[in-house]
Design a protein around this ligand. Structure first.
Ligand code: ARG
Length: 588
């Protein structure tokens, strides 16, 4: 099924044509005066010049042609030349029935599905996840789900930072504590133990300690850098430790991402491409893209049209070491070889924007990608505290993601306990589910590039533009549907009738916007559009609910039709929250 606005525009275009005007003037949009009409068309105004006629005359001609149309119930030409439109209930019913019967609510699938790789999450091995990792994880997850739902093939990759200094720091601290470990014995030639030489708990304290020492003590830092170089260059014992650290870290990261309902198709990282780097460097040199500047190997990426300075992209430092750039470019090379994506989308903090601009230009210039490959960067803003500064713990430290999630769960549990009778265990489980909605919706309802304030009180509220409000609405619908079943009704083969009252019609009109919303959310990689849509939909539903007898409706056919409407509303809402990466409980 086409988008509703396209369907209406087609109908309107036919009327323009029948009245002797250009059919492209028949573009229909949502009304910006909902008090007067539901949709509108301003084509008569646009055509006035071309046809040398007063717009109202054109509008009148077109309105006359639509008098017989069963799509519109009301067409009014109003000065100076607007066409104000109201949909007919029977037409709305037809669209609703298509939504109810076709897969994905009648969403049109693309003729050429795209292969899209989404690089998000970006956790760094050895370091615990902190609140800064929340946004790329949940925004990326949602974008992946939205683009996939829109009919594309999507591959999500966590792209771990697993090749850098933090690991060297952990190794250094380990050596401080246990120099006798076989990994540090240069003469050892046997197999290394399968079990890591540290417990998970110990691992948790080692990194913060090592990182602090590194900051204070230059000699310690030099050793950490040396250890980094050793594991990178393949010194056996160091490489074996690197592998232990990677494995232990991944278990912990998986647990954290699982808790957030974030799942990656690929658990690759910077380390996966280190063997590709020499080949890539040789290729860039041989083809004259890269040259030595002040000892370093660089590729120029500035362009004539630049208004700000874009520095060259550094491929190797003067000591021959690879950089963040280098692994990102080699990763592009690997991705093209293994997956050949049409598009790669990167989601990180917007402070990496210039960096990605350089990387993208370099990849294009050196032809690591095809001319038509799209490289997109979505930079997100920061999550701030009430003081407007990046969110911190009460004592000013960096907050671990785990703790932020726990705090949200605790607050949600408190609110659920207030005034609700629910067994303890159930309350805890419900609090977990609802807390995730609070956290994710609180984030995703903002345009990704904007900063926002983490306001736990507002995010966990059951009222207003929040995750819990959306879930509350879904649970309300589910409970009515359950009662209907308890009373002997079934949800199979329901027949929907034309809308009765105005609030019912408005609910239907909100539902039929689904396609338009989804395609634009996918095209603009904008999860906030899904949030805005379900907020409007939930409001339309609650308004309808307060004005309409549902289970108490005496006319059985009408009652069945209302139930059909509820079932569709529930399905659309549940589909949308799944696209945002959370789910609704049965009760709350
Ligand atoms: N690990 C990086 C960081 O913490 C984020 C990785 C983003 N993805 C990428 N391909 N560079 O900043």
């Amino acid at each position: 099924m086409k988008k509703i606005l396209d369907l209406l525009s087609e109908e309107m275009g036919k009327a323009f044509e029948a009245a002797g005007y250009d059919k492209t003037l028949g573009r229909v949009t949502l009304s910006n005066r909902p008090d007067l009409c539901e949709y509108q068309c301003n084509g008569a105004m646009a055509g006035a010049k071309k046809y040398k006629k007063a717009p109202i005359m054109i509008a009148n001609d077109v309105a006359a042609k639509l008098a017989e149309s069963d799509v519109f119930q009301e067409i009014t030409a109003v000065p100076p030349g607007f066409l104000n439109l109201k949909l007919s209930k029977q037409y709305l019913l037809r669209v609703m029935n298509t939504m109810r019967t076709e897969p994905k609510f009648g969403l049109e699938m693309p003729q050429h599905p795209q292969k899209i790789m989404i690089d998000y999450g970006g956790a760094n091995v050895a370091k615990p996840l902190h609140v800064g990792h929340l946004r790329p994880a949940i925004i990326g997850e949602s974008i992946k789900r939205i683009c996939r739902y829109a009919g594309n093939e999507c591959i999500g990759d966590v792209h771990l930072g697993d090749w850098g200094l933090p690991i060297g720091q952990v190794i250094t601290e380990l050596q401080e504590r246990r120099p006798e470990l076989v990994y540090f014995d240069e003469n050892y030639e046997g197999e290394y133990p399968k079990e890591p030489p540290f417990t998970e708990e110990e691992f948790g304290v080692i990194y913060p300690l090592a990182s602090a020492k590194s900051k204070e003590n230059p000699e310690y830092k030099a050793r950490a850098m040396e250890a980094t170089l050793k594991f990178q260059s393949g010194v056996r014992g160091y490489r074996a430790l690197w592998k232990h650290i990677l494995d232990v870290s991944k278990v912990d990261l998986k647990k954290n991402y699982d808790n957030l309902n974030v799942e990656f198709d690929l658990w690759k990282g910077e380390s996966d491409v280190h063997e590709l780097i020499p080949e890539m460097v040789a290729y860039m040199k041989d083809n004259g893209y890269a040259y030595i500047s002040e000892g370093a190997l660089v590729v120029d990426v500035k362009e004539e049209t630049d208004t700000k300075e874009i520095p060259p992209c550094m491929i190797l430092k003067s000591d021959g070491a690879a950089l963040y750039n280098t692994t990102d470019l080699a990763t592009i090379m690997e991705r093209m070889r293994l997956y050949s994506p049409d598009e790669i989308i990167y989601i990180t903090d917007k402070r990496q924007e210039l960096y990605f601009e350089q990387v993208f230009r370099c990849a294009r210039k050196t032809k690591l990608v095809k001319p038509e490959t799209r490289l997109k960067f979505l930079g997100h803003g920061t999550m701030n505290g009430n003081d407007g500064k990046p969110f911190k713990t009460r004592d000013g430290g960096v907050m671990k993601l785990e703790n932020l999630i726990q705090e949200t769960k605790d607050e949600m549990y408190r609110k659920i306990r207030e005034g609700r009778e629910m067994p303890e265990e159930e309350a805890l489980a419900v609090a977990d589910t609802v807390a995730l909605s609070a956290l994710k919706y609180g984030d995703l309802s903002n345009q990704a590039s904007k900063d926002y304030v983490f306001d736990i009180d507002r995010f966990t509220s059951f009222e207003g533009d929040t995750g819990p409000y959306i879930l509350y609405t879904i649970v309300r619908i589910k409970s009515i549907l359950n009662k209907y079943k308890e009373q002997g009704g079934t949800l199979e083969n329901l027949t929907l009738l034309e809308a009765g009252n105005q609030s019912e019609k408005e609910l239907e009109m909100a539902l039929v916007q689904f396609n338009t919303m989804l395609l634009s959310a996918a095209e603009e990689i904008a999860p906030h559009k899904v949030c805005a849509y379900i907020y409007d939909l939930a409001n339309a539903f609650n308004h309808f609910y307060h004005e309409t007898k549902i289970l108490a409706e005496e006319n059985a056919a009408k009652r069945e039709s209302l139930i059909a409407l509820l079932a569709l509303t529930r399905d659309v809402l549940e589909t949308c929250i799944d696209l945002l990466g959370f789910s609704a409980p049965e009760k709350m």
